[in-house]
Design a protein around this ligand. Structure first.
Ligand SMILES: [Fe+2]
Length: 312
């Protein structure tokens, strides 16, 4: 990877090359001036470069090879330095473009304004909530709980996951439910195994949908894996432990917590305290124990701001 240290070394190399070129150029210029000055005093010179200079005391021979080997050496050194300097600048420019390109692979530049992206995300998740009145407000709460968990995380983990990515993934985690028939989504009572299999398609459907939006494609992994379990018994791919992307592990806790404190077509809500204890109980099995610790911290600090106690 192109680190800051490498960038500094490259910069210093270019600087040294350019400075030494400048110095050599000044030296050569001075050398030429000296020769010109000497010519003013020369009384005679032959074609081989042997110049006769007459002084008060004696006539001496000053041998000036023009151009001398030293002169050629300096020219060569000067040329090499110039080439290295120019190559260095080209290299720095190329690395900058390369770095920009590789960065946009994982975090594509937003082609939409932030406000425009917010509006698109909002209209998408409202489409799900309009389809299923039981989930009204669910997506916003899941995003809020996920961010409360995120805020308790170590800085090293935060660097792996931009906060806004988690927020968008929280808001869109159930977008795939738009493809579930109303009869199944709003069914009162228990689903049949076949119906449940259809419901289980929503993470994949949602992730595939979001991947179509260039500015959001990189958050699709959070959507695709928000129903995976730490013990590998989740869906759609039965990923286990840290195979599950961090975004998916956080959303799993936030989603389950809110689902428990919300009334659904097939069951009543439980209290926030009961849901909290259930999340702690499912640490190491359903949830990443470290994420549960962050959740616990957030809950105890009141950072979750549980707004909708359907139970009460
Ligand atoms: Fe879901």
């Amino acid at each position: 990877m192109f680190s800051k240290i490498k960038a500094r070394l490259l910069f210093m190399t270019i600087l040294v090359c350019l400075l030494s070129t400048l110095l050599i150029y000044c030296f050569l210029l001075n050398h030429e001036i000296q020769i010109e000055n000497a010519r003013d005093t020369w009384l005679s010179a032959d074609t081989s470069g042997t110049i006769w200079v007459e002084s008060d005391r004696q006539q001496e021979e000053v041998h000036v090879s023009h151009p001398s080997p030293l002169h050629w050496m300096h020219c060569l050194y000067c040329g090499i330095n110039l080439i290295v300097g120019v190559l260095g600048i080209c290299g720095a420019f190329w690395m900058y473009r390369w770095k920009k390109g590789s960065h946009s692979e994982t975090h594509p530049e937003t082609t939409l304004s932030e406000n425009g992206l917010d509006q698109i995300v909002r209209s998408l998740y409202l489409a799900v909530e309009m389809k299923d009145s039981y989930t009204a407000g669910h997506t916003e709460r899941v995003a809020q709980y996920a961010l409360a968990i995120y805020d308790q995380m170590d800085e090293s983990q935060k660097r792996m996951l931009p906060r806004d990515d988690l927020r968008y993934a929280g808001l869109l985690h159930d977008i795939g439910k738009v493809a579930i028939p109303d009869l199944i989504l709003q069914k009162e009572g228990k689903l049949t195994p076949e119906e449940y299999e259809i419901v289980k398609l929503h993470p994949t459907t949602g992730a595939d949908m979001v991947e179509q939006i260039e500015s959001l494609a990189h958050i699709s992994r959070g959507i695709r894996y928000h129903h995976e379990r730490w013990d590998g018994r989740g869906y759609p791919h039965q990923l286990k432990g840290e195979q599950i992307p961090l975004m998916g592990r956080i959303l799993a806790v936030a989603d389950t917590f809110d689902a428990m404190i919300s009334t659904r077509s097939y069951r009543q809500a439980v209290s926030a305290q009961t849901a909290y204890e259930e999340v702690l109980r499912c640490s190491h099995t359903q949830f990443d124990p470290q994420i549960v610790e962050y959740f616990k911290k957030a809950y105890e600090k009141g950072a979750l701001q549980v707004k909708k106690p359907d139970f009460e």
